[in-house]
Every structure is written in structure tokens, then in C-alpha cells.
Ligand binder design. Structure first.
Ligand code: 1PR
Length: 530
């Protein structure tokens, strides 16, 4: 039996799913006595340091937690649940942590993008049972803006490089904490959790790795989901967003089954897009929420969900906010939500006054769940023009001339699944969304979607060079070489594909095998059997 400390500030669903997947039962601590009587305690922290400590105080969890930790019983703190063990954090000056370890929590001080998001490696400095069976080459999923700075070198369990070397896990006796999320780190993460939960696992390490650890480029599988004409929820795929063939919605499989397959094949992340979310409101169209719940029981890498995240008034006059829709998605196992059409309308409104209202879906959701949880999905279409100042939008020169030999183009944002073009361009949209609090851009391209002709590198460079948040390159992947192209000719952090994976033309494993040694990726060897 594992006792889970859920202080109610976010989604701990995936941690519970991971523990249950490994055959253990979970008891959620409801009172201090549950902590004191725990055999093994897991503390998955989410949210912000100050808020976490305030809730722990309000629930009278601090004293029992300290007593548990001081008695050196098995404890695993994840992310903020590890940071809580330290004396204080720059994130919440003046608020005391649990002080089990001497030292502080500090914000990343680097030129690199913060938060540090994605799969990075570890250097193992101590012998620990959680690394039983590990080679030291595994990568784990990180998402954080602050890192611990322990005073005592002896408690360092692992370190990781991101601009500089920081301590990414600690251990003293039976008290262990990792900055990375084992529940989102695929088979390696599950193995790590299992090692913690199994009494008597032999310790292993240290493992000396001399070269720096590197953040991996991510390969993302995308599932466009909608109901077909028979009312079944299916994964579909468009050609330049047209998902019908001979009048019927293309049916490429069942969402949960396909997502599980991609997880097994080594996808670093899975994205679901509810492509009719603009007309079917997600809180009335519950199947997507069920898809997410079922998927998060089987898939232990980050899950993003998009479609229909906006304010909505139903036929009885009840109003739902975009934040409520996002809440429902996060509670069902999503790590990130993605906003499409609504982001375009928000940006158009912003551009009229240059004033942020603080009330847009982007601002509200990022305030509650953090910037890293808000992805903006852009659906642009190329419009050719003859000169850079032909239109007020941001225009770029292009090496792919237009039908009338035009040498310039701009990228028109669309809404409602590409059905309606809007006056705002993709570069401006990305810039404004970053300002409003978005943490990542999912950059589709209607012209390339489903064509297998390669990513639109000009579009990706134009957007990536205009923002400092991560960009996911999407649309057009037709072979493994296209992934090398996008990672070597642009600075995109991730590449997403759909059609080639659904039709098994190029499996994820083939892409990764091809990239191995050319680009930093999460290796397929991370398929530890857990
Ligand atoms: O506008 O917030 O409700 O969100 C709707 C979401 O659904 C948006 O993110 C939008 O991109 C997506 N969407 C709407 N209609 C379609 C469609 O295809 N008719 N799909 C659609 C967009 C694009 C990609 C695709 C890549 C890779 N799918 O994500 O997976 O282009 O494809 P490829 O590798 O086969 O080329 P809202």
C-alpha cells in the first residue's frame, strides 16, 4: 500500500495511475494520521511553492510530515514534493519549507528557455535502489523553472545540465526526491517508481558519465479525433484539413488504442486534438474526457489535449469558462491543453488596444496551471504577395515562389479547423500569445498537412525566431529524413506527425533509429521492461 500526499492543488491522476499500473494500491492521505501510519509515502508536488506550503499548513500536514521524514521511513518527493524538503524557495520569499535538507530552491539563471521542459539525462552520484537496472543513459521528463541548491554535497543523488549543472535528485537514507517526473518518464520512470516501492531492491550506482546531459528533441504523435457519421469516436486524418474521403470521415483507428501503440513505440509525447471542438462543446461531448482518462492509465509520457477550449454558453443559458474546460481535461490526466481558434480571437482583440485584459483563456489557464501547461495550436495558410510591404501583416521572403512567381508570403491564421481565414498572421499570433502567458507553440501548416512533402521550414524559422518559448513543428512529415531536416535547419524543440504514424508508413522507432547519433533524442533503449 502506497500513501499518496495529495494536497489538492492539481492533477495527481498520472501518479496514481502509474502506481496502480505497477500493481500497488494507493491510499490518499486525508489527515495527519494517514501520514504517520504510512508504510511508504509519495508526495507529487504541483503548482507553486508558497501555495503548497500554505495548504500543507492549513491541512495540519506539516508536523506529521516532518515526523515521518525524521523517522527515515520510505519517502519519494516528486518535483515540488522534493523542493518542499528544503528550507526556502526564491519562488516564495519568507515562506519556510520543511527544512529536512539544508539549502534553498533557486530560479534557473540561464540564457536558455525557462521553464526547462522535456527529456534530459542524469548523472548518478550515489548508490541508490531506485536506479537498480539502469545504465545511466536514460532520460527523464522535466518541467520546472526552479531547482534545488543543497548545502550538503552528500545528499546529491543525481545532477543534470541545463545551461549549468544542477542537482536533479537527492537522497539521504530512505528519503528520496527527484525533480523529474517518473510518472511521465515512460518505462524508465515506471522502473524507478517500482524500485522505490519494492522492499529489498538492491542499490546500484554511482554511474559516471563524463559528457554533459542534453535536453532531447521530442517526437510527438498527434491524433485528430472526431465522431464519424455513424457516431463513433475515431482518429481521423486530413489532407490539408479535409478529413473526408468519398464523402466519409477517414477512420484510422481508435484513440486509446492508437495512443497506447505510440507510447509503446517510443513517442515522447502524445497530442489529442478534438477537431470538431469548435462546434461540439467538450463538456457536453464527454467521450474526449473518457478517452483522456483511459489513455492516462496506459500512457506514461506527457499528454496534451486541444479542441473547444473557450468560454461557452449552453442552450439553457449556463455559462462555462475556458478554465472550467481546462480543469476537466487536467483532472482527467492531461498535462497540457492546447488552444486553437480562441487564441486567434483573443489576439485580434489584444491587437486593437495593445492591452491584456487578464481574462483571456490563455491568461487564466496559465495563471492557475503554469505557462508550461498552455500550448497554442496555430493553423496557418500561406498567402503569396509581391512585396514585403504589400500587406500590414508580417511578411517573409520565400524560396518557394508563388503561382505568379511571387517572392514573398505571409501566414494567415485560421479558425474553426481551417474553415475561416482571419486577418492576423502566425508570427504575430505566436508573439502575442507568448506575452499573454502561453508556454509552447504547436505550429501546424494547412498547405503541408497530410502531403508527406516535409515541414514548412520557412514558417518554422519565422515563428521560432520571433519567440523564446518552445515550438513544435507540425504538418508534412513524410519520412525520417524530414525530422532530421527540421531539427538541423530550424531551432524547433519538437516535431509532430500524424499520417505516417497512423498508416504505419514510417513507425516512430524508425524515425528514432534514423536520428540516433545525429540529433539528441530520448533513445529507444529507454524501453526498460516495467
Ligand atoms: O480551434 O481550439 O477548437 O482546436 C481545434 C484543434 O483541432 C486545433 O488545434 C486544430 O489544429 C485542429 N484541427 C481542426 N480541424 C482539423 C482538421 O484537420 N480538419 N486538425 C484539425 C489539425 C493538424 C495537425 C496534424 C498535422 C500533422 N490537425 O495537428 O496532425 O498537420 O499531420 P501530418 O503529419 O499527417 O501531415 P480549437
Amino acid at each position: 500500500m502506497i500513501t499518496l500526499l495529495d494536497y489538492g492543488a492539481g492533477n495527481v491522476r498520472s501518479v496514481i495511475n502509474a502506481i496502480e499500473r505497477l500493481g500497488e494500491t494507493v491510499k490518499v492521505a486525508a489527515a495527519g494520521e494517514d501520514i504517520l501510519s504510512a508504510e511508504k509515502l509519495i508526495f507529487p508536488g504541483v503548482g507553486a511553492f508558497g501555495n503548497m506550503m500554505a495548504i500543507l499548513q492549513a491541512k495540519n500536514f506539516v508536523a506529521p510530515l516532518k515526523a515521518y521524514l525524521q523517522s527515515d521511513r520510505p519517502f519519494f518527493g516528486i518535483c515540488l514534493g522534493m523542493q518542499a524538503l528544503f528550507e526556502s524557495s526564491e519562488e516564495a520569499l519568507g515562506i519556510a519549507g520543511l527544512g529536512i535538507f539544508k539549502g534553498t530552491v533557486q530560479r534557473f539563471n540561464t540564457e536558455l528557455a525557462v521553464p526547462h521542459i522535456g527529456w534530459n539525462g542524469i548523472r548518478i552520484h550515489q548508490s541508490s535502489r531506485i536506479f537498480n537496472g539502469f545504465s545511466g543513459r536514460e532520460k527523464f521528463y522535466f518541467v520546472h523553472s526552479y531547482h534545488i541548491v543543497p548545502q550538503d554535497e552528500d545528499v546529491r543523488l543525481t545532477t543534470t545540465d541545463y545551461g549549468y549543472e544542477f542537482v536533479s535528485a537527492v537522497q539521504r537514507g530512505n528519503v528520496i526526491g527527484t525533480q523529474y517526473h517518473p510518472e511521465k518518464s515512460g518505462p524508465a520512470g515506471l522502473r524507478l517508481l517500482q524500485n522505490f516501492m519494492t522492499t529489498g531492491t538492491a542499490a546500484q550506482g554511482p554511474i559516471t558519465v563524463s559528457e554533459p546531459t542534453r535536453l532531447a528533441k521530442r517526437i510527438i504523435a498527434c491524433l485528430d479525433v472526431r465522431a464519424n457519421d455513424q457516431g463513433d469516436l475515431v482518429v481521423t486524418k486530413g489532407d490539408q484539413y479535409d478529413v473526408r474521403e468519398a464523402g466519409d470521415v477517414r477512420n484510422l483507428g481508435k484513440p486509446v488504442e492508437l495512443a497506447s501503440r505510440y507510447y509503446q513505440e517510443g513517442a515522447d509525447e502524445i497530442t489529442f486534438l478534438n477537431i470538431t471542438g469548435f462546434r461540439d462543446f467538450p463538456l457536453e461531448d464527454m467521450p474526449m474526457i473518457e478517452v483522456l482518462k483511459q489513455t492516462s492509465k496506459k500512457v506514461f509520457v506527457p499528454l496534451t489535449i486541444g479542441g473547444g477550449i473557450r468560454n461557452y454558453t449552453d442552450k439553457d443559458g449556463r455559462t462555462y469558462s475556458a478554465l472550467e474546460v481546462a480543469d476537466a481535461y487536467f483532472r482527467s490526466g492531461a498535462d497540457k491543453i492546447s488552444i486553437g481558434s480562441d487564441a486567434v480571437l483573443v489576439v485580434e482583440q489584444y491587437l486593437q488596444s495593445n492591452v491584456a485584459t487578464g481574462k483571456s483563456a490563455i491568461e487564466e489557464i496559465s495563471r492557475v496551471y503554469g505557462n508550461q501547461a498552455v500550448v497554442i495550436s496555430i493553423d496557418p495558410r500561406r498567402i503569396y504577395v509581391e512585396s514585403p510591404d504589400a500587406v500590414p501583416q508580417q511578411v517573409i521572403p520565400t524560396f518557394i515562389p508563388g503561382p505568379n512567381d511571387e517572392g514573398y508570403c505571409w501566414y494567415q491564421c485560421t479558425i474553426r479547423g481551417g474553415r475561416e481565414g482571419r486577418p492576423v498572421d502566425a508570427i504575430t499570433l505566436a508573439q502575442v500569445c507568448e506575452k499573454l502567458g502561453a508556454g509552447e507553440i504547436l505550429l501546424n501548416c494547412i498547405d503541408r498537412d497530410g502531403t508527406n512533402s516535409g515541414f514548412d521550414l520557412e514558417l518554422i524559422n519565422a515563428v521560432k525566431n520571433a519567440v523564446s518559448i518552445p515550438v513544435i513543428a507540425s504538418s508534412g512529415a513524410g519520412c525520417a529524413e524530414h525530422f532530421l531536416q527540421v531539427f538541423s535547419q530550424t531551432r524547433a524543440e519538437s516535431a509532430l506527425a500524424a499520417g505516417i504514424f497512423h498508416r504505419r508508413e514510417v513507425p516512430i522507432g524508425e524515425v528514432k533509429t534514423f536520428l540516433q547519433g545525429k540529433v539528441d533524442i530520448r533513445p529507444l533503449a529507454d524501453k526498460l521492461d516495467a
